[in-house]
Write a protein of this length. Structure first.
Length: 240
C-alpha cells in the first residue's frame, strides 16, 4: 500500500489534503470519538453541550473552564504528518491543507495555505467591539476573559450550533474540485457539513488514511488503516 501511495504522489501535481482530529493525536492532542477521546470522558455536561454556542452564551465561566483544560495545547509540536504535508507543499505538489482542527499545528510545521474550517484557538475577539486577542492573553486570564471595553472575548472557533465560514467553505470546494489527488486523513468523516466535502472530488486518486475504517472506505482508490504520521512520513521520504 505504501508503494501505491508513493506512486500516486509521484504522479500528482495538484494534491489537496483534508484532515481531522486524528492528524494531531500523534502530537498528544486527544480526538473526540476514539476510546480515549473527549466524548468518552465524564464531565458535568457532555463535551458537545459545553462546546455549543448556547452553552457559551449562557454559561461562559463553565465553558472556559473546560476550554482551557481540554482544548488548549500550546506546548505541543507538529508530528510527522504535519511535517510531510509542509514538505509536499514546499515541493509544489500540495496546493492546500483543509483542516477541521483548531490547534495551528499545520502552520507551525510550515504549511502556508491552510483552510481552517473550524477556526483557530490562536485567534480571539471581543463580541462587542471585535478587538483581537492572542492565545497567551486567554491563558493569562482567570474565569471569563474580557476585553478592555468590558465585554466577553470569544475564541474564533466554530461551536456546535454555529455555521461554518462561507468563504472558507467556498475556497475548500474549489481546491477539492480541481485536485488530481485528494488525501483524507485522521477523520471518521462523521461530522457534517465538513465530511460532505469529499463529494466534490472528481478525480481517481482518493486516498483515506485513518486508524479505523470510515464510511467512505469503499469509495477510496486507496484506504490505509495505520497512523497517518507514520504513513505520510515514509511516503514523502522518497522525495528527499
Amino acid at each position: 500500500m505504501l508503494k501505491k501511495l508513493q506512486q500516486m504522489l509521484e504522479e500528482s501535481q495538484n494534491i489537496v489534503f483534508f484532515g481531522g482530529a486524528g492528524v494531531s493525536t500523534e502530537s498528544g492532542i486527544p480526538d473526540f470519538r476514539s476510546v480515549d477521546g473527549l466524548y468518552h470522558q465524564r464531565y458535568q455536561f457532555p463535551p458537545e453541550t459545553i462546546l455549543s454556542h448556547s452553552f457559551f452564551m449562557t454559561r461562559p465561566k463553565e465553558f472556559y473552564e473546560f476550554y482551557r483544560e481540554k482544548m488548549l495545547y500550546q506546548d505541543v509540536k507538529p508530528n510527522k504528518a504535519h511535517d510531510a504535508l509542509a514538505k509536499l507543499e514546499a515541493m509544489g505538489k500540495l496546493k492546500a491543507v483543509i483542516t477541521q482542527n483548531i490547534d495551528g499545528l499545520h502552520q507551525a510545521a510550515g504549511s502556508k495555505n491552510v483552510l481552517e474550517l473550524h477556526g483557530s484557538v490562536y485567534r480571539n475577539y471581543c463580541m462587542d467591539c471585535s478587538k483581537a486577542y492572542d492565545l497567551s492573553y486567554i491563558q493569562s486570564t482567570r474565569e471569563i476573559p474580557r476585553c478592555t471595553c468590558g465585554h466577553i472575548i470569544k475564541p474564533d472557533v466554530v461551536l456546535y450550533g454555529e455555521s461554518l465560514d462561507d468563504q472558507v467553505i467556498g475556497r475548500s470546494l474549489a481546491y477539492i474540485g480541481n485536485a488530481d489527488m485528494l488525501i483524507i486523513g485522521g477523520t471518521s468523516l462523521n461530522v457534517y457539513p465538513a465530511a460532505g466535502l469529499i463529494d466534490y472530488y472528481l478525480g481517481d486518486k482518493l486516498v483515506l488514511i485513518n486508524k479505523s475504517e470510515t464510511s467512505a472506505d469503499r469509495r477510496a482508490n486507496l484506504a490505509i488503516h495505520e497512523p497517518i504520521g507514520t504513513v505520510l512520513g515514509k511516503a514523502v521520504d522518497q522525495f528527499l
